[in-house]
Design a protein around this ligand. Sequence first.
Ligand SMILES: [Zn+2]
Length: 241
Amino acid sequence: MSTSQPARLFSLVPERALAVYAHPDDADVSCGGSLARWGAAGAEVHLVVLTDGGKGSEDPAADSTSLAATRVLEVQAGAAALGIDSVELLGIPDGEVPEAAWLLEQLVERIRRLRPDVVLGHDPTSVFFGSVYVNHRDHRAAGWALLDAVAPASAMPLYFPQAGAAHKVPHVLLSGTMTPDAYVDVSDSIEAKVAAVRCHASQLEDDPEWVSKTVRRRAEEDGRGVGVRFAEGFRHLELDA
Ligand SMILES: [Zn+2]
C-alpha cells in the first residue's frame, strides 16, 4: 500500500493491547503478527470480534447459522495460534454493525475494564482501494464505533458512567488504511500469523500454500519500507494524555 507519510517502526510493546475488528478473520489478517509478537513479549492481548461472519460466503446454498457456528471455532483457533489471552464475539449479524449507543457502550465498557495502552481496529476513512475494492461497510462502521469509544467516550467519566472508570488510550493503530505510517516488525511472529490466518478455512481458497504465500508476500511488502523482513502497517494515532 502506498504511503505519503514517512515510514517508521512502531516498537513499543504494550502492557495491554485490545483489538476490535468486524469479522472473524479480520484481526488475524490485519494485525495477527503484532498481537503474537506482543503476547510473546509479555503483553496482555485481547480481541473483540463484532459480527458472526454469517454472510461471508459466495455459495448461495450456504447456511448463515452454520457458517457463523464454524466461524466461532475458527476465531478461537486463530486466537490460540496467536497466543491471545481473551477473545469475545459480540455476535452482531454480518453486514449489520450499527451506529448505535449500545455498541459504543459495549466498547467503552471493555476499554475501561481492560485498560489497554494500544487499541487496534479498522481505519474507517478507507472506502475505495484503487478501483477494484470497496471497503466493507462493517469495517467502516466498526472503525468509527471504536474511534468514538476511544475518543472521547472512554476517556470522559460522564459518558456511560455505569461502564467503569474512565480510561485514556494513548495509542491507536488502524489497519486497512490508505495512509500507513507505523510498522510493527513481525519477523519473529510471521509463522504464528500464517497459522492463525489458515485457521479461517471457511473463508479461504482451498490451497493453504497460497494463503501462506500471500500472507508472507504482503508482510514482506510492508517490511521493505522500514528495513525489516516482515511487518504490518498501520495508521498511528498518539492521543494527548
Ligand atoms: Zn472483514
